[in-house]
Write a protein that binds this ligand. Structure first.
Ligand SMILES: Nc1ncnc2c1ncn2[C@@H]1O[C@H](COP(=O)(O)OP(=O)(O)OP(=O)(O)O)[C@@H](O)[C@H]1O
Length: 711
C-alpha cells in the first residue's frame, strides 16, 4: 500500500480530506503530478461519478458499469495498490498463501479428471457387456481406482479449505484491524465529510469481503485466485472436448459446441441482462430507501418505544413507512420496465433450457458420424455443460472482481485519509506545559457549522491566564457548547487564532492535547456497559484499579447510589431506560433460578454523576491542565450542584490552595457562575460581555439583567 508516501492534506477543516471536485461531473482524472495514494483516491472518486445524473455520486457499494472509463480507472487502482496490498497480505503467511494459490489451480483440474474417470468406467462397462465376458474383478478394480481418486480429491479439498481458512482469517484480521485503527484515528470534522463517509463505507465492504467467497456478494483479493481456478477448469474441459471432437473431424460439432458455450456471454454482451438495481439509483431514490429503512428500524426499536407509545407515533410510522416503501417499489418497477420488450422476453426465457436443447444437436451429430463410445459421449455431454457453467462463473467472478477493485481502491484511499485536525509534520509541536494550568488566548475566532448559513461563533476574543477560572453563560443557542468544542479541539474554527500556552493550537496533535484536558460534555456518553467501565473509561490506564474508580466516584458524588445498586460497580447500565423495565412474568428472582434483571436503569441526575465521576478519573492528574464542564450539573439538585463545584475547585488547586489547573464551566445558573474569576456572557455567537461578576453587574448590561432575573 502507499502508506509511505505523504497524501495531500489541507490545513483547515473546510478543506476536503482528499481532493475531489466540487462538481463531480467536472472530474479530471489522472494528473501526473499526484502521488500514488492521491491517484487511487482520485480514481475511486471518479468511478463514483454518474455522468448522466445531476445527483452526482453513485451510492456506496453501488455497482460500477463495465465501460471504458471504469476499466481505465480499475487499471489505475490495480496498478497503484493491488500489487502492494497482495504483497502485504501474502507476507502474513507466505508459504500457506502460495500453497493456496497452487491448490486452487490444481482443484480446477479435478472436474475434468472426474468426468474422464467416469467415462472410462462407462466404457469399460460397455465393452464388458458387449463382449459378454462379464468380469467382476475388472469392475471392482475400476471402482477402487475411482474411490482412490475421490479420496485423494477429498483429502486435497479438505487440506486446501483448512489452509485457505487460516490464510483468510489472518487477512481478515489484518484488514479489519487497519480499517478500525484508521476509523479511530479520524476526527469529527474529517468523518463528517460526505466523501469520507462514503469512502469508509466502501472500504468497510472491502473488509467484509474477506469473509470468504460469496460473503456479501463480494470478492476479496484472495478470491481473485478463483479466476485462475476457473481458467484451469475451463482449459481442462476444452482439452477434453478437443480430444473428443477432434477425432470426428466434424467442424459443425465444434462450432455448435462453442456457440452453446458462449451463448450466455452473447446475451449479456448485447444488454439482455437486467442491470444491477444499485447502479441506477439516484440520490433521491437512495434517500427514500434509507427513510424506509429508518422507519422500519424505528418500529422495531425498543429504546424509542416509550416515546412512540407516549406520542402515539405508531400510525404515523406505519403511514410514512408505507409511503417510502411504495416509492421504492415504484422506482424498482420503473427500472425494470425501462428494459425493452425484447430484452424482457429474453430474460424470461430459461437460458439453460435453451442451451440444453442446443447441446443435443452436436451430440446427435456425433452419434451419426462416428463410432463414439458411450463413455466418451457422456464425457462430451458433461464437459460441454461444465464449459458453459465455468464460462458463466468466470463472467460472474470477473464482474465481482471488477467491483472488488473499486472497493479495494476505497480501502487504500481510506487508509490514507489524514485527520483534518492533525498538523503537518513540519509544523507539529509538543504541548508546552506551564506550571499553573493552561493559558488560553482566543483571537477573533469565528465558526460556521458545515451546511449552516449563519455563523455559530463570530469574532470571539478573550484571554484566560493559567490557573484562572471562567464561567461561560448566555442564552440558548448563543454558542457556548460550540466554543467549548473548539477549546477542546473537537472541531476546528474557520477564522482567527487560538493560542494555548502561547502556542497555536493547530500545531498540536489533538490526541496529545487531549491528555491535558478533562471534560463533561453537555451530551455526555452513556455506555451500554457496567458502572465500572462507564466511570473508568475516563482514564483507561486505571480502569482496573478499584481504588481509582472509588476515588472518582466519591469526587463525583456517585458512590452512594452505585453501592446501592444490585451488583455495585459490576452493574450493567441500561441506556434506553426501557429495556430495564421488568416484564411482569420475569421480574425478580425467577423460576430459572437467576435474576432476570441483567441491566439497571439510572435517573438523569445519576447518569450525570457517572459522567462527572468519569471526568474526575483524570481531573487530579498532574498532566491535566484544563477542566472543562459543559452544564455538568443541569440535572442535579441545588445542594448536589454546590458540592460538585466545590470539588471542581478543590481538584483544581494544590494542597497549598494555589490554583494549578484552569477551569472553564458552562452554566445557566448565574449563582454558580459568580464563583468564577471571569465570566463570558455570550449572545448570538459573540462574547457580548467579559469580566468579573462585580464588573459585569456594575456594567448593567445583559449579564446584569440575566442575573437579576435569575435571583
Ligand atoms: N452540529 C451542529 N450542526 C449545525 N449547527 C449546530 C450544531 N450544533 C449547534 N449548532 C448551531 O450552533 C448554534 C450554537 O449552538 P450551541 O450548542 O453552541 O449553543 P449553546 O449556547 O450551547 O446552547 P444551549 O444553552 O442550548 O446549550 C445554534 O444556533 C445551533 O443551532
Amino acid at each position: 500500500m502507499c502508506q509511505q508516501s505523504k497524501p495531500q492534506r489541507l490545513k483547515r477543516s473546510s478543506s476536503p480530506p482528499f481532493s475531489g471536485p466540487a462538481n463531480p461531473n467536472a472530474f479530471q482524472p489522472h494528473q501526473p503530478s499526484l502521488d500514488s495514494c492521491h491517484r487511487v483516491q482520485k480514481a475511486w472518486l471518479a468511478s463514483r461519478v454518474m455522468p448522466r445524473r445531476k445527483a452526482g455520486y453513485l451510492t456506496p457499494g453501488g455497482q460500477r458499469s463495465i465501460n471504458e472509463k471504469n476499466l481505465r480507472l480499475a487499471f489505475t487502482i490495480s496498478r497503484e495498490c493491488a500489487f502492494d496490498l497482495m504483497k502485504l497480505l501474502w507476507s502474513l503467511h507466505p508459504i500457506r498463501t502460495s500453497v493456496m494459490m497452487i491448490l486452487n489451480v490444481v482443484r480446477g483440474l479435478f472436474p475434468a479428471f472426474r468426468g474422464y474417470s467416469q467415462a472410462m468406467i462407462v466404457d469399460e462397462l460397455q465393452s464388458l457387456v458387449s463382449s459378454e465376458r462379464f468380469a467382476w474383478s475388472r469392475i471392482i478394480k475400476l471402482l477402487c481406482a475411482e474411490i482412490l481418486r475421490r479420496t485423494f480429491e477429498t483429502a486435497i479439498d479438505s487440506f486446501a479449505t483448512t489452509n485457505e481458512n487460516i490464510v483468510m482469517d489472518s487477512a481478515r484480521f489484518f484488514v479489519e484491524y487497519q480499517q478500525m485503527a484508521q476509523r479511530l484515528r479520524l476526527d469529527i470534522p474529517t468523518i463528517s465529510e460526505p466523501i469520507v463517509r462514503d469512502c469508509l463505507q466502501e472500504s468497510d465492504l472491502f473488509v467484509r469481503s474477506f469473509n470468504g467467497m460469496g460473503g456479501f456478494g463480494l470478492l476479496s483479493p484472495f478470491d481473485f485466485v478463483q479466476i485462475f481456478a476457473l481458467l484451469s477448469e475451463l482449459a481442462s474441459h476444452v482439452l477434453v472436448l478437443l480430444s473428443l471432437t477432434g477425432g470426428t473431424a466434424n467442424i459443425g460439432v465444434l462450432v455448435l459446441s462453442v456457440f452453446s458455450a458462449v451463448f450466455p456471454l452473447l446475451l449479456s454482451r448485447f444488454g439482455f441482462v437486467i442491470p444491477h438495481p444499485d447502479s441506477s439509483y439516484t440520490t433521491r431514490e437512495v434517500r427514500v430507501a434509507e427513510r424506509q429503512e429508518k422507519l422500519r428500524n424505528l418500529a422495531y426499536s425498543d429504546c424509542h418505544r416509550p416515546e412512540i407509545l407516549l406520542f402515539g407515533l405508531g400510525p404515523w410510522i406505519l403511514q410514512s413507512w408505507a409511503n417510502s416503501r411504495k416509492a421504492v417499489m415504484r422506482n424498482e418497477r420503473s427500472l425494470y420496465s425501462a428494459q425493452s420488450g425484447v430484452s424482457q422476453m429474453l430474460n424470461q426465457i430459461n437460458v439453460s433450457d435453451l442451451l440444453f436443447a442446443i447441446q443435443n444437436i452436436p451430440l446427435l451429430l456425433m452419434f451419426q458420424s462416428s463410432s463414439a463410445s458411450l463413455g466418451s459421449l457422456a464425457l462430451y455431454r458433461s464437459s460441454i455443460q461444465a464449459v458453459v457453467f465455468t464460462m458463466g462463473s468466470l463472467l460472474t467472478t470477473f464482474r465481482m472482481a471488477f467491483q472488488g477493485i473499486f472497493l479495494m481502491g476505497a480501502f487504500c484511499a481510506a487508509m490514507n485519509i489524514r485527520p483534518h485536525l492533525n498538523p503537518e509534520d513540519e509544523e507539529m509541536t509538543k504541548y508546552p506545559a506551564l506550571p499553573n494550568g493552561m493559558k488560553i488566548e482566543a483571537r477573533h475566532i469565528s465558526y460556521t457549522y458545515p451546511g449552516n448559513k449563519e455563523a455559530s461563533l463570530q469574532d470571539i476574543s478573550f484571554t484566560l491566564e493559567a490557573g484562572e477560572s471562567l464561567a461561560i453563560v448566555g442564552y440558548n443557542g448563543s454558542g457556548k457548547t460550540t466554543l467549548a468544542k473548539i477549546l477542546l479541539r473537537i472541531i476546528d474554527f474557520d477564522q482567527g487564532d487560538l493560542l494555548v500556552n502561547d502556542v497555536d493550537i493547530r500545531r498540536m496533535t489533538p490526541s496529545e492535547y487531549h491528555h491535558h484536558v478533562t471534560t463533561v460534555f453537555q451530551g455526555f456518553s452513556k455506555f451500554n456497559s457496567t458502572v465500572r467501565e462507564n466511570i473508568g473509561l475516563g482514564f483507561v490506564q486505571k480502569l482496573g484499579s478499584q481504588a481509582a474508580i472509588e476515588h472518582a466516584m466519591r469526587l463525583g458524588g456517585a458512590d452512594a447510589f452505585v453501592h446501592a445498586l444490585p451488583n455495585g460497580l459490576k452493574t450493567k447500565l441500561d441506556i434506553s431506560g426501557f429495556d430495564a423495565m421488568p416484564y411482569p412474568s420475569v421480574s425478580g428472582p425467577t423460576a430459572h433460578g437467576f435474576s432476570s434483571r441483567l441491566h439497571h436503569g439510572l435517573s438523569g441526575g445519576e447518569w450525570q454523576r457517572i459522567a462527572i465521576s468519569r471526568a474526575f478519573m483524570r481531573a487530579d492528574r498532574p498532566e491535566v491542565d484544563l477542566l472543562l464542564f459543559d452544564e455538568p450539573t443541569s440535572s442535579l439538585d441545588g445542594h448536589a450542584q454546590n458540592k460538585v463545584f466545590d470539588t471542581i475547585d478543590k481538584v483544581s488547586r494544590a494542597p497549598s490552595g494555589e490554583r494549578t489547573k484552569t477551569v472553564i464551566f458552562i452554566t445557566h445558573r448565574l449563582s454558580t457562575a459568580r464563583r468564577a474569576d471571569k465570566i463570558a456572557m455570550m449572545e448570538k455567537g459573540t462574547i457580548a460581555e467579559f469580566g468579573t461578576h462585580e464588573e459585569l453587574l456594575k456594567k448593567g448590561g445583559s449579564y446584569a439583567a440575566l442575573y437579576k432575573a435569575s435571583v
